[in-house]
Write a protein that binds this ligand. Structure first.
Ligand code: G
Ligand code: G
Ligand code: MN
Length: 511
């Protein structure tokens, strides 16, 4: 079971996820509204183009009917037909002038009577319609000419551009609407253009007449979709914003929830809030400092200094104990590495390791890196394994303890006497020290049975050739008793409480 820790998301990542959660409905909604607006505009240009087409066809029907009635008169002398020409102008709506043609020559006009002007059928789209930019009578004013011809005769009836541009303006309104006849086109301002028909950027819709040689184009200028949305959709946008805020908030809360249980400890780990305290261990005889046990403390920004009993069980449960212990070892190495050349050799540094940590071979690398930070041979690393949780022997633990042994790392059984370790267990893990639990030390001079157990443990250690550390030594009586019974090392408030690294280094120079 390799212990892995899910890395906590960085603050910036969480902010980004929250932002995305908030933006997603807004962007999605805006895209949908944009498509809806485009559809609406497309429908609008289609209706506009259809309406304009109908109007233009209606107007051209009048010119076509006038031409139809006049065509049989073509060829007759102008004097005898000019009244008939004028009658059409008067009777037919939209018809501005009528003319008769013989052999491609306009020879009679409703305005002038007798006349003479060449007619070029090539000017007319499909021989039928010519959108011209004025004539000598009204220069620079649009004019639509309808031509009907049969044999040598022909009739030309004209429609004033004023009516045409009126239709473009009135029907088009906000829409850009254009009338195209052949290569020429008319805009709503009444001007005739000869360039290519402009592209209408938004929702362009072009309709060609099935009855006359013209087409109409409707569309909108650039940016019309956004303008339309800004005009029509403010309530929907407010709703989208509301959804965005709600979704962002949900994303934020879910992320907090997802990371919440281990969240606080991971944050603390990244913030370097788990720091080592050092409690000196002294030689039983000389009472000189022989080393220290590293004890973890949580320097919490709000709670202050937190004791490990309150958070170590949780760290073990979540697997966080592995990176926490690694960080503790790195800090210890950084603190004690530099002055290590001056240590009284061998200086023991005890690190508490939980049973689950022993299923992770990375511990070997951590120990190697730890030892590399010290002057060669200046320290002995002692891993303290509590007797309360026995290590399950597996392939990995076998390899682990082999490799640790090769590295010169020593093993101590912590809280000895409170658990159920057997002799076989002690041998299997190559144990170097037993740390007698402070409950036995506390009974010295008080409880005969406990003292009897203490004596037995000491005797056992001597026989097994294991080093003994007595924990929780608080009184001189206890110290004297333990020394008299050849306990090698003592640890307890009598010699020093757990202290911060700086205090420990300062105190170390006096001992
Ligand atoms: O110092 P004290 O209150 O410091 O420690 C309380 C308990 O927490 C002890 O049983 C000690 O072994 C354990 N402890 C302290 N530091 C560590 C640590 O770094 N790792 C583990 N696994 N246990 C620790
Ligand atoms: O389980 P372990 O031996 O790692 O834990 C050591 C624990 O014992 C720490 O909590 C440490 O603060 C505490 N301790 C160390 N010396 C004494 C002592 O003299 N008296 C008491 N009561 N506790 C001590
Ligand atoms: Mn310990």
């Amino acid at each position: 079971m390799p212990l892995t820790v899910r890395p906590r998301r960085k603050r910036s990542v969480r902010m980004t996820v929250t932002l995305l959660c908030g933006l997603l409905p807004v962007l999605l909604g805006t895209a949908i509204l944009y498509m809806q607006a485009e559809r609406t505009l497309q429908q609008s240009t289609q209706i506009t183009a259809e309406e304009a087409l109908r109007q233009f066809e209606l107007m051209l029907d009048n010119t076509a009917q006038a031409a139809n009635e006049l065509l049989p008169l073509a060829g007759q002398p102008c004097d005898s037909v000019k009244l008939a020409l004028r009658e059409q102008v008067t009777r037919r709506p939209f018809v501005r002038s009528t003319n008769l043609v013989w052999d491609d020559n306009l020879y009679c006009s409703s305005l002038f009577g007798e006349f003479k002007e060449a007619v070029n059928p090539g000017d007319y789209t499909q021989g039928k319609l010519w959108l011209m930019n004025g004539n000598p009578v009204t220069p620079n004013t649009a004019l639509l000419v309808y031509r009907l011809s049969e044999g040598r005769g022909g009739a030309l009836t004209t429609l004033d551009g004023y009516h045409l541009s009126n239709v473009l303006r009135l029907i088009g309104r906000d829409t850009l609407l254009l009338l195209q006849v052949g290569d020429n086109w008319l805009s709503a301002d009444g001007k005739v253009h000869q360039s290519a028909l402009p592209v209408l950027p938004v929702a362009q819709h072009m309709l060609a007449s099935s009855r006359y040689a013209f087409s109409v184009s409707a569309g909108f200028p650039q940016g019309e979709t956004w303008r339309y949305m800004a005009d029509e959709y403010p309530p929907l946008f407010s709703l989208l914003m509301f959804f965005g805020v709600v979704s962002g908030a949900i994303g934020h809360v879910l992320q907090r929830r997802a990371t919440s249980p281990s969240h606080e400890m991971l944050r603390a780990l990244e913030a370097g809030e788990f720091i080592p305290y050092f409690q000196p261990v002294v030689h039983g005889d000389s009472k000189k400092w022989s080393g220290a046990e590293v004890l973890m403390r949580w320097q919490h920004p709000k709670e202050g200094l937190v004791r490990p009993d309150l958070f170590i069980p949780f760290a073990e449960h979540s697997g966080l104990i592995v990176p926490m212990t690694r960080a503790l070892m790195q800090q210890t190495a950084a603190l004690l590495g530099p002055p290590s050349a001056g240590f009284a050799k061998p200086f023991h540094i005890g690190i508490n390791i939980t049973a689950s940590h022993c299923q992770d071979l990375q511990l070997v690398d951590d120990c190697r890196a730890f030892l590399a930070a010290f002057a060669p041979g200046s320290v002995s690393l002692v891993l303290e394994l509590t007797e309360r949780q026995l290590i399950e022997p597996t392939d990995i633990t076998r390899q682990l303890f082999e490799q640790l042994h090769t590295l010169g790392v020593m093993i101590a059984i912590d809280d000895f006497g409170t658990g159920h370790s057997s002799l076989g267990y002690l041998r299997k893990f190559n144990v170097d020290f037993l740390k007698i639990d402070q409950s036995f030390v506390a009974m010295i001079g008080i409880d005969a049975l406990s003292r009897h157990i203490l004596d037995t443990i000491i005797e056992l250690c001597v026989k097994l050739e294991l080093g003994i550390v007595a924990e929780g030594v608080e009184t001189q009586t206890q110290a004297d008793y333990l020394t008299a019974h050849h306990v090698n090392f003592l640890q307890g408030y009598l010699f020093g409480k757990p202290m911060p690294g700086a205090d420990f280094i300062a105190a170390l120079s006096h001992h």
